[in-house]
Design a protein around this ligand. Structure first.
Ligand SMILES: C[S@@+](CC[C@H](N)C(=O)[O-])C[C@H]1O[C@@H](n2cnc3c(N)ncnc32)[C@H](O)[C@@H]1O
Length: 315
């Protein structure tokens, strides 16, 4: 499928080891997979909610002829101070660097107002894909979540930040009004990513040290979210969705019974779950009465060890 319809063009950035996770995320957010790091969709998703979406290009106009596109832009009589123009290169676009700069100047001259390259109020953009020129408004990914890399408390069982961020967007389908639970929050890696995207999230962990570390990590970034020291089975608040990064080593005893116990406990209080495991838990998901909606494997960069991501819903 090579869809080129929709009000938005999304561009993606990811390393090979994250390709399957990015494709799972795009299936959950948009209903279809990105292809060659590009996707057309009518769905408006905040690019900063995903670790992989680089830009959202909102299409204002398009034309098969570049000159016609310029005329269309001019006819719009856009008058705005502090604008910036950026050229987005999509696959198959062979326009050279100098030509791209010239095109940015062309677009800039069609807009009235003083440009601001450092702190633009709005970014207009132009791109070319499959014989069509597009003009639109660009929303760029905000990289401020990278600061979580320096969180004061971490441990070897903590999940990577980019996986944590993807888990939040996957379980919520990009809807930041969802009420979430980080079930077995460890040091709160998932909670940090939910908080920066404005989710209402709570966390719980059976281990007191984990709760203290999570609370300190949250406080370090001035996020306020409740963290409960409790066995998941005794937690009775209801949520739209829960993220479970199953215990697999160190201070957590991990076996199938324990995994089933945790999944069943979470299913009692959340309608939708995303579960991370190091082993195949398809049968456990079936046993727990949940419907498996989607799945992928994420290889750990440079290592044999991989993680499985399971998206489940209540029947
Ligand atoms: C793999 S770690 C989670 C790591 C976390 N995602 C992070 O990045 O910091 C699993 C966590 O589940 C917690 N846990 C295990 N059994 C639990 C239970 N029954 N109820 C609540 N938490 C539990 C463990 O204490 C551990 O912190």
């Amino acid at each position: 499928m090579n869809m080129t319809t929709g009000n938005y063009i999304y561009t993606f950035k990811y390393d090979t080891h994250n390709e399957q996770l990015c494709k799972l995320e795009s299936r959950q957010l948009f209903g279809h997979e990105e292809m060659n790091k590009r996707l057309f969709s009518d769905k408006k998703i905040d690019p900063s909610i995903s670790p992989f979406i680089k830009n959202r290009f909102e299409i204002i106009s398009s034309s098969g002829e570049y000159c016609d596109l310029l005329k269309i832009i001019k006819d719009k009589n856009i008058c705005v101070d502090g604008f910036k123009a950026e050229y987005i290169v999509l696959e198959g676009d062979t326009t050279g660097y100098a030509d791209r700069l010239d095109k940015l100047k062309d677009v800039g001259y069609c807009i009235e107002g003083d440009p601001d390259y450092d702190n633009p109020t709005i970014i207009y953009s132009v791109c070319f894909f499959q014989d069509t020129w597009y003009f639109g408004i660009l929303e760029k990914h905000d990289t401020s979540w990278f600061k979580h890399k320096n969180k004061p408390f971490s441990f070897s069982s903590a999940i990577n930040m980019d996986i944590a961020k993807a888990l939040v967007s996957i379980v919520s389908k990009g809807n930041s009004n969802q009420r979430l639970l980080d079930a077995g929050c460890g040091v709160g890696t998932v909670m940090l990513e939910a908080c920066i995207s404005g989710f209402d999230i709570e966390g719980c962990d059976i281990h007191w040290k984990a709760c203290v570390s999570t609370r300190k990590n949250l406080a370090h970034y001035n996020y306020s979210a409740n963290v409960y020291r409790t066995d998941l089975k005794d937690h009775s608040t209801n949520y739209d969705a829960a993220i479970i990064d199953l215990p697999y080593n160190l201070f957590s005893h991990s076996d199938d019974d324990n995994a089933l116990y945790i999944i069943e406990s979470a299913a009692k209080i959340a309608k939708r779950l995303v579960v991370v495991s190091t082993s195949d838990i398809k049968e456990l998901i079936q046993k727990s009465g949940l419907k498996l909606d989607d799945y992928c494997t994420v290889d750990k960069k440079g290592k044999k060890f991989s993680r499985n991501i399971w998206v489940c819903e209540k029947n």
